[in-house]
Design a protein around this ligand. Structure first.
Ligand SMILES: NC(=O)c1ccc[n+]([C@@H]2O[C@H](COP(=O)([O-])OP(=O)(O)OC[C@H]3O[C@@H](n4cnc5c(N)ncnc54)[C@H](OP(=O)(O)O)[C@@H]3O)[C@@H](O)[C@H]2O)c1
Length: 314
């Protein structure tokens, strides 16, 4: 074979393999997004624990899980909001789900103590916990350089976003291993899974990257024991955290949670909302340095606006 012929065969084969890979990925995506039947979450156990269930995505997910017949243990820091959410859920679901709540402040309470209190609640109330959704989260009020994040905010972001989910996972995992089933969902963020960088919101996106890696690794550790661990990575959702109104690419928490529950129990890191996934695809087509530059400029603008509103100057 001549060198030119060899080159032609090699490049065509490589091209064919790449096309096949992309077609397979697309078919897999369509299957997961629209066609694959969701798992029956009650098969994991009759109770779900949801943190951050007093607002936004966590509250919407709690409502969604209750509508599927799961009893709920809600975890939050504000007893009044927890009580109101419990009433909302009971009022919205006509399938007689039980709702209990536990007051925990992930920022103030110590990790070991959080674990013990969750274990006591599970034991004391005799709950068969099948699903855990770690949704409590905290972002900066607005973008800022790392050195501008004060110690209080730094401590809060790390404790709520990373330490909290880790300790709650520790509290349920032993029981899940014993009964050889369970599902854990950690709500991460597209800022660390989809975007190449998230400057000026570094600490937040780094804690979310932690959740993605924690989920990936623990899923491999426990999958063979019947436990499915997953990180769900949304882009923008209209909640009090983002203060964005809903639009085509920014769903309400209710719209988002309806889609995301159908992914529970499958891949270890997912972008469950169709239009977020499409956005992710388009973002990945942009050369990284260009996107880095754009996101840096955008967050510099958000920082400036936030500082002006606070009456601060550079
Ligand atoms: N919204 C988005 O665009 C978006 C995008 C990517 C990822 N996420 C992630 O999705 C999750 C939910 O966010 P969201 O938009 O629904 O935010 P949200 O509306 O602000 O709700 C956050 C929830 O976390 C709870 N929480 C905050 N600090 C806490 C603490 N110290 N102890 C216990 N609970 C605490 C809040 O309790 P209170 O009700 O007492 O405030 C609330 O229930 C977060 O992990 C967030 O990082 C959101």
């Amino acid at each position: 074979m001549e060198l030119v012929d060899f080159f032609m065969v090699a490049t065509s084969s490589l091209g064919f393999i790449l096309v096949c890979k992309n077609v397979l990925n697309f078919v897999k995506w369509v299957w997961g997004m629209f066609l694959r039947p969701p798992k029956n979450l009650k098969d994991y156990g009759s109770w779900a624990i949801v943190t951050g269930s007093t607002d936004g995505i966590g509250k919407a997910m709690a409502l969604e899980l209750a509508s599927k017949g799961l009893n709920l243990l809600l975890i939050g820091r504000n007893p009044l909001k927890l009580e109101a959410t419990s009433k909302d859920i009971k009022g919205n679901c006509n399938n007689n789900v039980q709702v209990k709540f536990l007051v925990i402040d992930f920022e103030k309470d110590k990790g070991e103590e959080i674990k013990e209190r969750v274990e006591e609640a599970i034991e004391g109330l005799g709950l068969d916990v099948g699903v855990l959704v770690n949704c409590a989260g905290l972002a900066y009020p607005y973008a800022r350089f790392f050195h501008e994040v004060d110690s209080e905010l730094m401590n809060a972001v790390i404790k709520v976003n990373a330490e909290g989910p880790t300790w709650i996972t520790k509290a349920v995992i032993q029981r899940m291993i014993k009964k050889r089933k369970g599902a854990i969902v950690n709500i991460g963020s597209g800022s660390s899974v989809v975007l190449p960088s998230y400057p000026l919101v570094a600490l937040y996106s780094a804690t979310k990257a932690y959740l993605a890696m924690f989920s990936r690794c623990t899923n491999l550790e426990y999958k063979h024991q019947g436990i499915d661990i997953q990180c769900q990575a949304p882009l923008f959702v209209s909640t009090k955290m983002t203060r964005m109104t809903s639009s085509m690419f920014v769903p309400t928490a209710e719209m988002y949670s309806k889609k995301c529950t159908r992914w529970i129990g499958y891949e270890s890191v997912v972008e469950p909302y169709f239009l977020h996934s499409l956005q992710g695809f388009l973002i990945r087509l942009i050369p990284e340095p260009l996107f880095d530059y754009f996101i840096l400029c955008y967050h510099l603008y958000i920082r400036k606006r936030g500082r002006t509103l606070e009456g601060l100057q550079d």
